[in-house]
Design a protein around this ligand. Structure first.
Ligand code: PMP
Length: 418
């Protein structure tokens, strides 16, 4: 598979989307009598054949438990697992695989930091988040605050759905113990100015966790250049399997944090008088890991690397611009989230049509979008809404598919009388 470089202009490689689409078996089907148009990528990506085959191959030839066995299959499984770790290190440009922790996904990665770092929080300490967070980067901090007496401080967003940086600077203070913010908002598509967020926090010696769930498949991420302390993402939002994700943690931080869960693999020795914890990264990985997940993650990362994240970002930027213009031109449409920097997500409402009804009519035409609050209820509240319709784009989507979405919305408007 190459998918890239089939059509080249002077500088810009262009994705060969038709060729890429042939890698995705799931996209080759009809839904309700129409060719599938899958525009729910912010919820979960689809998987290319290369990922599916890597997982099958692993189960057909290499599976055993990792780390503990002397036999060949255990060695192979261990190597496969560690290849996944190295692939994630490469993707994030982390300094070392010691900084790469396998988790079940973004949610668990954030909960790990919350549980672990939370142990050193005291009443009056503050955790700084933003108004556009997914519940996964909100509720874990609420739980920590309940347990410790720390306070959750929320940086507001403006009417475009952009972070109020002036408020961020004001709210970041001597009591702030952690800044936890999304790289890209799943509900609005807003790309947060993470460089500035991180640089400001670092100047105050405050660690920063970035929720990268919506950024990881859309743009290149370099944790060393960003200089963040933690970065979390999920495999299933970048063509990998569900049930696997990554927490990047700067080594100095991971060395300081207490273990998250106890069990096998996170220890060096155990006795009733005391337990010696394992080295990084295993200290944070209790129990048998999701080896097939790591295998699939490695294959997904290789796939994205092969396409090139710069080309992916360009393609999606074009799709987003095209879709925004076409949908905004429809009568009664309100675009929700008009940040100057956006990625992959178009949220909107239509006067007189409930988002769920729109989603259902679109599904009858084979077009999959998401409707509702997108696990970001405070964002919906900010805009005075119960929910939106959300189309979200991946590198395998086409302009023709957006035309199908727009035509489908037209049908819904006629059927539902808007
Ligand atoms: N953060 C953001 C911004 C997300 O979009 C999501 C998933 N919608 C999550 C966190 C949680 O990811 P997961 O469910 O894969 O743990």
């Amino acid at each position: 598979m190459t998918g890239i470089g089939q059509h080249r202009t002077c500088q810009e490689p262009v994705l060969d989307v038709e060729r890429i689409r042939r890698d995705f078996p799931i996209l080759q089907q009809d839904i309700n009598g129409h060719p599938l148009v899958y525009l729910d990528n912010a919820a979960s990506y689809q998987r290319p054949r290369q990922v599916i085959e890597a997982i099958s191959h692993y189960y057909e030839r290499d599976h055993a438990n990792v780390h503990r066995g002397v036999h060949t299959l255990s060695h192979r499984a261990t190597e496969a697992q560690e290849r996944g770790r190295e692939a994630a290190r490469r993707l994030l440009n982390a300094r070392s695989t010691r900084e790469i922790i396998f988790t079940r996904g973004t949610t668990e990665a954030i909960n790990l930091v919350a549980a672990s770092l939370g142990q050193s929080l005291h009443p009056g300490d503050e955790i700084l988040i933003s108004h556009l967070e997914h519940h996964s980067n909100l509720v874990p901090w609420q739980l920590v605050c309940e347990r410790t007496g720390a306070r959750l401080v929320v940086v507001p967003i403006d009417e475009r759905g952009e972070l109020r940086l002036d408020e961020y600077h004001r709210l970041l203070g001597t009591r702030t113990r952690l800044v936890a913010m999304a790289h890209v908002s799943n509900a609005l598509g807003t790309v947060n100015p993470v460089e500035e967020i991180i640089a400001t926090a670092r100047a105050h010696r405050v660690p920063v966790l970035i929720d990268g769930a919506q950024a990881i498949a859309h743009q290149a991420v370099d944790v060393q250049a960003l200089a963040c302390d933690f970065y979390a993402f999920s495999g299933h939002k970048m063509c990998g399997p569900t049930g696997i994700g990554i927490l990047y943690g700067r080594e100095e931080w991971l060395e300081k944090l207490p273990p998250y869960q106890g069990g096998g693999d996170m220890i060096l020795s155990v006795s009733f008088s005391g337990t010696v914890y394992n080295d990084l990264p295993y200290r944070f990985e209790a129990g048998t890991p999701h080896v097939a997940g790591a295998v699939g993650l490695a294959a997904a990362i290789e796939y994205l690397e092969d396409l090139g994240l710069a080309g992916i970002e360009r393609h999606e930027t074009r799709l987003l611009a095209y879709a925004t213009e076409a949908i905004a031109a429809l009568p009664g449409v309100r675009i929700i989230g008009e940040a100057r920097r956006k990625a992959g997500v178009l949220s909107f409402t239509i006067e007189g049509i409930h988002p769920h009804d729109l989603g259902t009519v679109l599904d009858h035409q084979g077009v999959a979008i998401r409707t509702g609050h997108h696990c970001a209820m405070p964002v919906m509240e900010h805009f005075g809404l119960a929910g939106t319709a959300r189309a979200s784009f991946a590198f395998y989507n086409t302009v023709a598919e957006i035309d199908r979405l727009v035509a489908g919305i037209g049908t819904a408007m006629r059927m539902l009388g808007a």
